[in-house]
Design a binder for this molecule. Sequence first.
Ligand code: AMP
Length: 294
Amino acid sequence: MLSTISTNNSITASFMQVFTTVSETQKQIENWQSNGLKIGFVPTMGALHAGHISLVKQSLEDNDRTVVSVFVNPNQFNNAADLEKYPRTFDRDSEMLRDVGVDLMFFPSVNEIYPTPDIRKFDFGDLEKVMEGEHRPGHFNGVAQVVSRLFEIVMPDNAYFGEKDFQQLAIINAMVKQLALKVKIVPCTILREANGLAMSSRNERLNTTDRENAKVIYETLKQAKEELATNGVEVVKKKAIERLNSSGFLKAEYLEISEAESLKAANKIEAGLNYIICLAVWLGDVRLIDNVRA
Ligand code: AMP
């Protein structure tokens, strides 16, 4: 952890540098790298919670320096209202990152990340045609744009991503392969509230009753996983969707049981393969995603 306080174009926080520009960030990181230090990186969209911090702690453990970006990436929002409503909590985020021992917080503007419009089109084949890719057109192209840009700036040895966004993790792995990047992608397990609700920045928009009610999401996933031992995939899917929709407060957008590598929808469970149950549900006007390995 650093004890210097930066000045130019930075927001001062003790023991952690906070940079808003690419040039300052690159300069600092190049300096660390020229001294042979290993860089860990955790990209986030802010509104940080214990789930994000678990990724940060893993990075602090594995690397000499840890960089965290906080950037709400407009290119990955296919819905303007969702982008507008996304929580932004800079003061609390920077305090959390400083307290846990992060070395550099990168907090860029949209112009800094995209000085000219990013027109790159990625092709992730079938991986981007299902689940989040199907329901949020353009979402993963925007994710790949921002993550590849952030990787160019931060040049990390290791980068940390949560299994909460399971399909995103698959897309990032595919992108790293396609672009032949040297960064190692480290998957991290999902952190949950005591009642099982997966931690998410979007939970900020739920009231106390919603948060309690939302435990049905994880309960449904766990039950579906158990039922797969004795029932067929289609029956389990149908029952799980019914359970969510009959709760009185949840509306399922999709629930898929998929092979965990290709993310292809499974017709049946075959020995020797790994599976994942993924869903997206609406709780009022808040969209939540979650998954369990099956
Ligand atoms: P976000 O700020 O939502 O873009 O998330 C930044 C990173 O934190 C992503 O890699 C997410 O998968 C990860 N993340 C978000 N929520 C959780 C959670 N509950 N447990 C573990 N990782 C998470």
